[in-house]
Design a protein around this ligand. Structure first.
Ligand code: GLY
Length: 317
């Protein structure tokens, strides 16, 4: 049951992975994240629903070429961009998503459309047919930096486990890019959305965690979006696990502590963000960095300068 809260809460991420290599890069990413979190908070504070806020936030993050989703998505092993995205509305406990779609700007908008359909998760051929039916404009999300990254990687025989978290001109480190947004609205409803270009350089047909409840989950109590190596997130069933633990009585912070602790023991490479209906916000990671920012109803914070390795943090708990 939704409860009334005094102000909304928003947390967003732009991936997890290797370090932000320069102070300039860090400040640029901080400014982008803070701008987007401010816009999402404004939408929800202005009576938008949690779902509206999530779709807006995911769209803005997909449009930002530094992040691995929408424009700026990484390439798969065959040199093609295929994107996956999911939306879960906690108010209706309804999940929708698209898997390995191409030739469009904002996969989250297709996930949003599918919320109202009988068949709510579509993959490549079916998703393509839906784009045609909806007359979604054709768009090429490929950027020069991602093409260059793929060409370099092809020379090395695709040995990296993943493409870079952020597309930066001088970036050559492995990373784990994805974007995600979790919102609590003024009515006490929660929604979560996640979108990705995938791991990068993967086998054609590989399915990302981002369009599974393992990577994106919400109900009336909590919502979580994950980032990192999809196979690790799936093996932990991380988003659903944190939400269910919170629903069963752990605090959001305890659910993050326990779940990220298990991920560390299991040597996973991932991160997660979340919030609950009481207004608590939390994040956790096993990776080097987590690119996330939040609005707690009063001020904006971010996770860009957490220490290396496992970290869990929270506010409003
Ligand atoms: N977490 C993004 C992916 O592995 O596809």
């Amino acid at each position: 049951m939704a409860i009334s809260v005094s102000s909304p809460r928003v947390i967003i991420h732009g991936g997890a992975g290797g370090s932000l290599r320069s102070k300039g890069g860090l400040e640029a990413v901080r400014s982008i994240l803070r701008g987007i979190v401010t816009r999402v908070y404004g939408c929800v504070a202005d009576d938008g629903s949690a779902r509206d806020g999530v779709v807006l936030g995911c769209r803005l993050l997909e449009d930002e070429p530094r992040f691995n989703a929408g424009t700026g998505s990484v390439l798969q092993s065959d040199g093609q961009v295929r994107m996956s995205s999911a939306l879960m509305d906690g108010a209706s406990s309804r999940f929708s998503g698209v898997i390995n779609v191409s030739g469009l700007k904002n996969p989250i908008e297709v996930a949003q459309f599918l919320q109202g359909e009988r068949d709510r998760v579509l993959s490549d051929v079916g998703a393509k047919e839906l784009l045609r039916e909806l007359q979604v404009p054709v768009f090429n999300p490929l950027t020069d930096l991602r093409l260059k990254e793929w060409m370099e990687e092809r020379k090395g025989g695709f040995e990296r486990t993943m493409a870079s978290t952020l597309a930066e001109p001088q970036d050559d480190e492995a990373g784990r890019g994805t974007i995600g947004v979790v919102v609590l609205d003024g009515q006490g409803n929660i929604a979560a959305g996640t979108s990705t270009g995938g791991k990068g350089f993967e086998r054609v047909g590989r399915v990302s965690d981002s369009a599974m409840p393992a990577g994106n989950y919400a109900n009336g109590v909590a919502g979580v979006s994950c980032t990192g190596i999809g196979e690790d997130i799936i093996d932990e069933c991380l988003a659903a696990k944190i939400v269910v633990r919170t629903t069963d009585g752990l605090s959001l912070r305890e659910a993050f502590d326990r779940s990220i602790g298990e991920s560390t023991e299991n040597r996973r490479d991932l991160g997660a963000i979340g919030l609950d209906r009481a207004g608590a916000i939390a994040w956790g990671k096993t990776s080097e960095i987590l690119v996330a920012a939040y609005h707690d109803g009063e001020e904006i914070g971010d996770t860009l300068e957490l220490g290396d390795g496992m970290q869990v943090g929270s506010c409003g708990v």
